[in-house]
Write a protein that binds this ligand. Structure first.
Ligand SMILES: Cc1cc2nc3c(=O)[nH]c(=O)nc-3n(C[C@H](O)[C@H](O)[C@H](O)COP(=O)(O)O)c2cc1C
Length: 342
């Protein structure tokens, strides 16, 4: 299938299949790996504009970017147009981002009770004002990631998409589920097709992609300009390579067990390096390695999912505390896998 590059303002994204922002996962290490295997764009984890304006060290750690991961967007949340514009301007001055994305889809209580995330969908007018204020403050393209509505009774994605476009937004990323459904249930691709037919800015579809063939199906069913991948990429940065092969009618060669094991260790090593450079975390209490392994357990669990012997490791995940423990666990699974394949 011939897929066109995705044009977001002046930014051209050659491969319009892109990594979704996922809090707790899409840090620099995961973004670098997904980009290597073909993700056309990635985003930071969700970052508070208020914390940027307060100059929180922890927040600036989250805004670090590796030169191998471009193009990359800063995925920001907040609700006050002026404060968000100020934070976006600070982010632009860091000189390492290719776009600014505004979170209007996160249903987590901590965000929603303060009027952030998907709470913004209750007021398309405010979303338009935010996009407009942020667009005036930066020269980077401004985009919005949102849902199709807060609940099925209040579905208003068409109004929200209109506000984004009229506010000067350069693309909209739509998770085709209601916030009330969290991440469950069938994604409503008809809504993506409808918004695509109504808007002139690029529409990127998200939700319901479990296999590489689903990407092709979404492009065909909805005519969206790009597809965003969330959970299918967890523990599987090779997913993008598989999609790329399918779209280009090439044979996909699954990575070898050696490559699989090497990437897991490389992933952890990158997180350790990030922790060593971090300005904020309790360095005196926990070593960079220990802290990195603690945040890597979720990734490791995903890498091991469905692998021979993986369940055994996943059941005793809390015992994994060091790089050496991870190496032993990975070797165990590689060994089990090899024996299973004889
Ligand atoms: C662990 C996790 C964290 C997420 N964090 C964010 C986030 O910070 N911002 C956001 O817009 N969406 C977030 N999402 C939603 C994803 O970006 C995506 O919209 C959703 O997973 C649907 O795509 P999928 O079906 O391909 O997984 C998160 C999803 C997961 C599973």
């Amino acid at each position: 299938m011939k897929i066109k590059p995705l044009q977001i303002g002046d930014l051209t994204i050659k491969m319009p299949v892109i990594l979704a922002p996922m809090a707790g996962y899409t840090d620099m290490a995961m973004r670098v790996l997904c980009q290597r295997y073909g993700s056309g764009l990635s985003m930071t984890e969700v970052i508070s504009t208020q914390a940027i304006n307060y100059e929180s060290k922890r927040t600036f750690d989250m805004l670090r970017v590796d030169k191998r991961e471009h193009p990359v967007g800063a995925h920001l949340y907040g609700h006050d147009p002026e404060a968000m514009a100020m934070a976006a301007s600070t982010v632009e001055k860091l000189g390492c981002f290719d776009l600014i994305d505004i979170n209007c889809g996160c249903p987590v209580r901590k965000l929603v009770t303060k009027g952030n995330g998907v709470a913004l969908m209750k007021s398309p007018k405010l979303i338009g004002e935010i996009v407009s204020a942020v667009s005036s403050a930066v020269s980077l393209p401004v985009t919005v990631k949102t849902r199709i509505g807060v609940t099925a009774d209040t579905k208003n994605i068409s109004e929200v998409a209109q506000a984004v476009e009229e506010g000067g937004g350069k693309a909209i990323f739509i998770h085709a589920r209601f916030a009330s459904d969290q991440h469950r249930g069938k994604a409503d691709w008809d809504s993506l097709a409808k918004v695509k037919s109504e808007r002139s800015i690029p529409v990127v579809g998200n939700g319901g992609i479990d296999e590489a063939s689903d990407v092709l199906a979404m492009f065909k069913a909805t005519a969206v300009d790009g597809v965003m991948i969330g959970r299918a990429a967890l523990g599987n940065p090779w997913f993008f390579d598989e999609v790329y092969s399918l779209l280009n009618e090439k044979i996909y060669n699954r990575c070898s067990l050696d490559e699989w094991a090497a990437v897991i260790i490389e992933h952890l090593m990158m997180i350790i390096a990030m922790k060593e450079k971090a300005m904020y975390y309790q360095k005196k209490v926990v070593s960079a390695e220990e802290s990195a392994v603690a945040s890597f357990r979720g990734h490791l669990s995903q890498y091991l999912s469905g692998m021979e012997g993986g369940l055994h490791i996943r059941r005793s995940m809390d015992k994994i505390k060091s790089l050496q423990d991870v190496k032993i666990a990975v070797e165990y699974v590689v060994e089990r896998q090899r024996r299973g394949n004889i």
